[in-house]
Design a protein around this ligand. Structure first.
Ligand code: PEP
Length: 247
């Protein structure tokens, strides 16, 4: 069985206008020859311009969310088909800021994942426990429950990744210990194998939550960590490249 190809994806969240395309180009130049795949997920309105700016580089452009329908009366939303049309190759789904701020359930995330597959956009499905859930000893149950509920059977045989992002580690500067990260990643791997048999062994499991150049090497080399989903530190080429080079 081939080992998962690592993926480092930058989540720019609601940051970045055309002025930030220079930063994306600097990332693409510095990431040439990276030991894995690299992606930047800018705000939806920047996808097309970024895909054009990075054409010919190895850096992929992705979306941060997609609707579960392909088209229709959904004011303000963007479909996976539209993301693909704009040049996105991947899409982050079920980020905790969407699960929490927009009440996205596992069923909704699963429906969005199916929509991404229909559009030919590779899903990065996020899971992660809150601090209260970790303190209550529920982290593994919560995360594996989210994996079962958010990853539809249609992913069998398709390219996808899972991002483990403890909600309390996102944007806080806090990170779990290495044994805590490895424990959750191993539990996710076991769940993926339960769901998808051998194919469950090939999907990268990314870690996300306050990854920085200073902690990237240790995290990226932990057992069952197949890359990173990076928020704040993906906005500046110097920081993001420091993480990419730690692969
Ligand atoms: C994220 O939002 O996906 C994330 C991991 O953010 P940060 O790296 O800033 O903690």
């Amino acid at each position: 069985m081939t080992a998962p190809t690592p993926l480092i994806a930058g989540n720019w969240k609601m940051n970045g206008t055309a002025a930030a395309l220079g930063e994306a180009k600097a990332i693409a130049e510095g990431a040439a020859g990276a030991a894995g795949r690299v992606a930047i997920c800018p705000p939806a309105v920047l996808i097309h311009r970024m895909a054009e700016a990075l054409a010919g580089s190895s850096v992929l452009v992705g979306g941060q969310d997609a609707h579960w329908e392909d088209a229709g009366a959904f004011t303000g939303d963007t479909s996976a088909e539209m993301l693909a049309d704009a040049g996105a190759k991947l899409v982050i789904l079920g980020h905790s800021e969407r699960r929490d701020g927009y009440r996205e359930t596992d069923d909704i995330v699963a429906a969005k994942t199916r929509a991404a597959l229909r559009a030919g956009v590779e899903p990065i499905v996020c899971v992660g426990e809150t601090l209260a859930q970790r303190k209550a000893g529920e982290a593994l149950a919560v995360v594996t429950g989210q994996v079962r509920g958010s990853l539809p059977a249609e992913l069998a045989g398709q390219a996808f990744s899972v991002a483990y992002e403890p909600v309390w580690a996102i944007g806080t500067g806090l990170t779990p210990t290495m044994p805590e990260i490895e424990e959750v990643h191993r539990a996710i791997r076991a769940t993926l194998v339960e769901q998808f048999d051998d194919h469950g062994k090939t999907a990268p499991i990314l870690y996300g939550g306050s990854v920085k150049p200073g902690n990237a090497a240790e995290i990226l080399h932990a057992d069952e960590v197949g890359g990173a989903l990076v928020g704040g530190a993906s906005l500046k080429a110097e920081d993001f490249l420091g993480i990419i080079r730690a692969l």
